[in-house]
Design a protein around this ligand. Sequence first.
Ligand code: MLT
Length: 208
Amino acid sequence: MTETSLGFVHRFVPAAAPGRPPLLLLHGTGGDEADLLPLGRTLLPGAALLSPRGAVLENGMPRFFRRLAEGVFDEADIRRRVADLAGFVAGARAAYDLAAPVAVGFSNGANIAAALLLLHPEVLAGAVLLRPMVPLRETPPVDLAGRPVLMLSGAADPIVPAANAGALAERLRADGAAVTHETLPVGHGLSQADVTRAGAWLAGLAAA
Ligand code: MLT
């Protein structure tokens, strides 16, 4: 059922299996709170799923922050929206009795997840970033010591240049995150290879 409480339209699916980290599902441009639920169920079966809808509209399409053009971000808006999302996660953890979630973000959702890591490092237990790019040009150092992050980029992605994804991996590593960055032979869209790779990575995380 779609909820409108806690400051974000969202869906929450309680855990069906104990001991798995909750997943914070963050959709891409034009998605909504229902979009990634099937992916979440596939990636880590039985995990609790928390799936907000981005509060910004671009030509009617939900996003998590404003952009000035494709790949050109409104950084002031990112900072504001990231603070809102951090507040939502804190409220949802209290309301639903959740451990710190692992984000699974695609495209715009991956970018807001990366911004969460860089600005509010305490919010996420880890992250799967599918086709992310650098969300903010400059951020002060934060403590992401040992935080597990899987980044999956596309070798034929027309939106994210390889150097940009590489710069994000380096930035997260500089803050201490344990980053695994792989480039798949795909474009910007999600592929079966993403599902296989991210599912195996999350299974390893849940078993650790
Ligand atoms: C963004 O705006 O976050 C990126 O360009 C990815 C996208 O949503 O297309």
